[in-house]
Design a protein. Structure first.
Length: 428
């Protein structure tokens, strides 16, 4: 039986778990793929760090880039992370030296995926990145293989477990954002610095990759991104009273040959499927022809889920098939038009915390009227014993740029006590 010699670069929680998994399951993986996965080398930033894994001294590389030069290495698994620095050097050099690459690095693929795919194609090697999007949810292989017959019109869902855990815990436990975030860190659901999870950048990277696969387009940075840091307990309570839940959604859709990519907190009906996705779970929904709607959900992160995705990619290479990284050749991928969402129509939730005095409400509704936005529902909650009122407005469908103008205009008013809120409402 043939052997595929592997170098694992990066031995954090995921790299160590993967190393153990490949050793323990070598026999069954060999039988299933008619090829033996053989971990020949490893490298890590800190060789002396305590790990739950025993590694023969002979397997350690002095320099991680040596893996790209060694003739006995067939496949390099990059688990360093980040779009620049060591990870970038490793993957570019590996592909140029005709080594297959498997990576879990969404930031790298979202930024350099087009360049890397061209190099992989030129050198007839595989670049696989199933683990870069939604961990144990096999959405990339589904798009490349299982849904290959379909013309995808839309892909959306919950792509970040940390933000989903925070929002669903705020609702269930009636706690504020800061307390839930601290708890998420203690439980290991959030990094010590979770900024990319909270500001929407993590979802943005994943969505760019999925967009490219769905629509056979090149990666594109025209994407609207908002995070969840401004969502507070009162927004969660208001959403619940109105029959909604708040979720951080990523959405990409093809409308009249134009692609719209967006990431933002969204009010979704309690009865919808996505509203039921709680905790650290991810869910990806595709709408295509002829399949209709397809849903995949599962663990979005962690060593077990990520290893599941990494081994899927490793097995694809063990079988010996050379495939295009983005399903079709770089020469065939399209330069489709990507539009911002300013002209898209959305119903929206506004919340204004104001000084409770005559004329404030009429001034706000006048600003709505001036911006061609009609009010569907209005709730005013005066605070007892305080000269403060909270005004919640739900709008009819309106152009996004007008919704933004209202937010900007009202924000500058002297009667505003807190930064006003705008959360779009999902129409599904």
């Amino acid at each position: 039986m043939k052997k595929l010699n592997i170098a694992i670069i990066g031995l954090g929680n995921i790299g160590s778990y993967l190393y153990n998994f490949l050793n323990k399951n070598k026999l069954i993986l060999s039988k299933k793929n008619n090829c033996i996965p053989n971990v020949l080398y490893v490298s890590a930033k800190n060789k002396n760090r305590k790990r739950n894994v025993k590694i023969n001294k002979k397997k350690w590389l002095k320099n991680y880039l040596d893996a790209t030069k060694k003739k006995d290495v067939d496949l390099i698994i990059e688990l360093i992370g980040g779009a620049e620095g060591a990870a970038k050097k490793l993957v570019f050099n590996a592909l140029k030296n005709k080594k297959h690459v498997v990576t879990a690095n969404k930031a790298l693929i979202a930024k350099y995926g087009d360049q890397l795919s061209r190099i992989a194609e030129q050198n007839s090697v595989n670049l696989e990145f199933e683990a870069s999007v939604c961990g144990g949810v096999p959405i990339i292989r589904s798009l490349k293989e299982g849904l290959i017959a379909n013309k995808i019109k839309k892909i959306y869902g919950i792509f970040n477990g940390t933000s989903n855990y925070i929002l669903s815990s705020m609702e269930k436990e009636n706690k504020n954002f800061k307390d839930v975030l601290n708890n998420a860190k203690k439980l290991g659901y959030a990094e010590a610095n979770p900024i990319s999870d909270l500001n929407g950048n993590d979802v943005s990277s994943k969505l760019k990759i999925l967009t490219s696969l769905c629509f056979n387009s090149f990666l594109n940075n025209n994407i609207h991104v908002e995070g969840i840091s401004n969502i507070d307990k009162e927004d969660i309570i208001n959403a619940n009273l109105l029959g909604y839940k708040i979720k951080l959604l990523g959405c990409s859709e093809l409308i009249n040959n134009k692609i719209y990519q967006r990431v933002h907190p969204t009010l979704i009906k309690k009865s919808s499927y996505v509203a039921g996705i709680e905790g650290v779970l991810n869910a990806v929904i595709t709408e295509g022809d002829p399949v209709g709607q397809s849903i995949i959900q599962g663990e979005g992160a962690g060593p077990q889920a990520t290893t599941s995705a990494l081994v899927s990619d490793i097995c694809s290479i063990l079988r010996g098939n050379i495939k295009f990284p983005f399903s079709i050749s770089s020469k065939e991928r399209k330069k489709l038009k990507f539009e911002d969402i300013s002209e898209r129509l959305f119903s929206a939730y506004f919340r204004f915390d104001v000084i409770d005095k005559p004329g404030v409400l009429s001034d706000i509704t006048k600003i709505f009227s001036q911006n061609k936005v009609s009010v569907k529902r209005l709730i005013q909650n005066p605070r007892k014993n305080k000269a403060i009122s909270s005004i919640v407005i739900i709008t009819h469908n309106s152009k996004d740029r007008y919704l933004g103008k209202i937010l900007k205009t009202v924000s500058s008013k002297k009667y505003i006590l807190k930064k006003p809120k705008l959360i779009r409402i999902d129409s599904n």
